[in-house]
Structure formats: structure tokens, C-alpha cells
Design a protein around this ligand. Sequence first.
Ligand code: MN
Ligand code: MN
Length: 465
Amino acid sequence: MAIDNLTVKYGYVWDALNEEQRKEVMTMGEDYKAFMDASKTERTCTNELVKRAEAAGFVNIDNVTELKAGDKVYSVARGKNVTMAVIGSEEVAKGVSIVGSHIDSPRLDLKANPLYEAEGMALLKTHYYGGVRKYQWVARPLALYGIVIKADGTSVEIAIGDDENDPVFYISDLLPHLAADQNKKTLAEGIGGEDLNAMIGSLPMGDEKAEIRFKKNVLTLLNEKYGMVEEDFVSAELELVPAGKARDIGLDRGSIAAYGHDDRVCAYTSMQALFEVADQPLKKTAIALFVDKEEVGSNGNTGMHSRYFANLLGTMIELQKGSCSGFDIDRCMAKSALLSSDVAAASDPNWPGVAEARNTAYLGKGVTIVKYTGSRGKGGCNDANAEFVGEVRKCLNDAGVTWQTSELGKVDQGGGGTIAFILANADMDVVDIGVPVLSMHAPFEVISKADLYSTAQAYRAFYLR
Ligand code: MN
Ligand code: MN
């Protein structure tokens, strides 16, 4: 063997692409930004995924009476989970190929009794969702999204702040002139959870003798526009997210900043990969799975721990065989393979101390295979089998995908996890593989367009293997 072939080289995606592919990278970047602008929450992302699936010829599995090779179906659960499947020539019961991402992102949820007034302002109490660095969410424009179930059972959807004619919402921070005490606190303590109160109004109604005039003015406006009363906040899911569109970064437009790359970038790339293989003959049924609640531990009926996905596999088996037992589902899981498609930490030249240079992901070096996550001594991780990592690695190499491999920072620096362990616990082969991200969980995160492209290539190769 030539001596040069003994060493591993992880290069830049861009260098491995021809002129046509480089154009494809830029085209995909434009489409991805449009996807992200329509996908500011798990619910709006669900709507966008369904819209695109239907445009690509997928039909709702609830309207299907049989499943045969080549069929394209999707399923939606509770407005926050989506599954898309392209049926293979082999029975679903013999195992499927899944790429699984999550479509929830860190944000500020409204509390059940959010609205109050103080000092000439109407404000909203929030409760942060997921791993939020609180100091990043103040003094910036925020948009309000969600759904309200009203007293009569009807629902109304709210989306305020991303149309340029909309108002936005705002959480104030201290001026530096008076921040002497705050400045002595740690970064984690400088802004407290109960300090994240967002301004929703500042005009009083009625005469000076009336009470809670600022709050009543907001309630009047909400009632006029949405037919809401204050009690309706109890049966609502309302989220404050960063206002604004995804934007290119840099003069060469090589990267994209957006809210919620974690993990909608892996949702987008798995959707694209599935659409690209949807009209090719597949042996294994190819599935793109999009789940909610990953950022808070994957619990609940829309998280990966839910029986939703197992029940859906059962429905698919039943549509093919006429019946399905619990063991049929378990055996299908055990014969399936999952790429847990979640973002990875990209090495950051502003913060070189937290990564270990030989085992970190770099922006632009492609989709990254993360054999294990976890913290401390790999605590809580899914440590993927060498055999399955080998299969994925061969699959990427055979397809000419530029990839890299990484773990989440230096040993004992911190840690994290994904949905990987949940389906691995169901006896499935699982490995984490996804897009490197700068400023993960910040209101505005950054990815490389080349990595977006490489990741879609990788997922496509996995479906076709
Ligand atoms: Mn994630
Ligand atoms: Mn995350």
C-alpha cells in the first residue's frame, strides 16, 4: 500500500466538489433558508415538511389501504411529529432504514398565566425550553408563535414578528452604566430565569382611575384579533423565538446563520435525501423521522420515547401483511438501522480550548460521524457498534461523500446527547451523524453550506445502501 494511503486525511468538502456540485451547494443553501424561514417552531416545521412531502407526491398514511414497493406515505402526530416513508421491495417487517432528526429548538415558552403589567408596560412571563444561555435572549427582537385552544374548543394559530410589518417582542437588559452588581455575577447567573419577561405592550386604556390599564389594552387587542380571553393562555402553546430570517454569512456566502439549525438542518437534509431517492427502486423501506421534545429529554407523546413511531411501524406492517403483533414491531425495530441525525459541535477558533483538535468537527469538512456522545466517562451515551460504524463509513466512502468524525468537546468539558440511545435500546443499530454547528443553541447559529450538502449526500447514500 502506498505510504500516503496509511494516514487518514479529513479535507474540506469544497475541494472535493466539481463546478456543477458547487452550484448545487449554493442552490441548496437558498432552498434551505426558505425552509428555515417557514420553520420557526416544531409546529410550523411540521406544516412545512407536510407541504413539501405532498408536493413530492407523498400521501397521508391515514388515507391508504395497502402499501406496496414505491409507495410514498407520510404521517403526522399531534401537529409536532412527522414521518415520511418510501416503501421498499422488502417487507417493512424485515426492517427499515431510518434517518431521525428533531424539529424542536431551544426557545422561551410562555407560562400558563403569562400576562401582567408593571411600570407602564404589559409583560409576558416565560419559561425557557431546552439548553438556553439566558444572556443571549435579551435586548433582541423576538417573534411569538403557537396555538391557542379557546374556551369553546376552537383553536387559533398565532404568528407575530416575522412579517416586516409586524411588531416584535423584547426582553430588556441592564444598561452598562448601572450594571455594576450584575457584572460581578457569573455568565450563567447574570440573567435569571425569572428575568426573562417580554414586553408586549405600553399603551394604557381607559381613564387614569382604571386598574391594570396596560394589561387590559393587550387583552382587548388579543380579543379583537384572535377572540381570546386571558384564561385561554392555559390551553395554549406559545413560544418566543428569535425574529428574523436566515442569512448568508461572509462575502463568499459560504455559511448560513439561522435560528434552529439544531436540529432542523438535519431535518431538511434527511427530507431532501428521501425526496431524492423516492423514485428509485429501494430494497429497504426508507424513512425520514422528525420528532419533537429532544431538547427537553425526548419524553411525552411527541418525543422519541413515545410509542408513536412503534405504532406507525405496526400500522405499516399491518397494511402489508393484514395483521401485526407486538413482536412483529419489536422484531422490525431490531432489524432496522437508524442514522440519528443531529447537529454536532463545530470547532470554534474563538474558543479553541474546549475542543480536542484531533477529535472535533470543523466547519466545512462535511457531515460528522459521532460514535458516542454522553458526558464524563461516556455517561448516558449510545456508543455505536464498530460493525455499524464500519457499515456507515463504507457506505459514505463508496458514495464519495466527504465526511469527518468527532466527539462533543474535550473529555470532562461538558457533554450532551441525542435520540440515538432510545432506538438503540429497542435493539436497533444506531449512530449519530450530522451537521457541525457554531454557536449551538444560540438565537442565531451558523452552519456551512458545504456541510449541508455533504450531509444530504450522506443520508441519500444510507437510504440507497
Ligand atoms: Mn439537537
Ligand atoms: Mn440541541
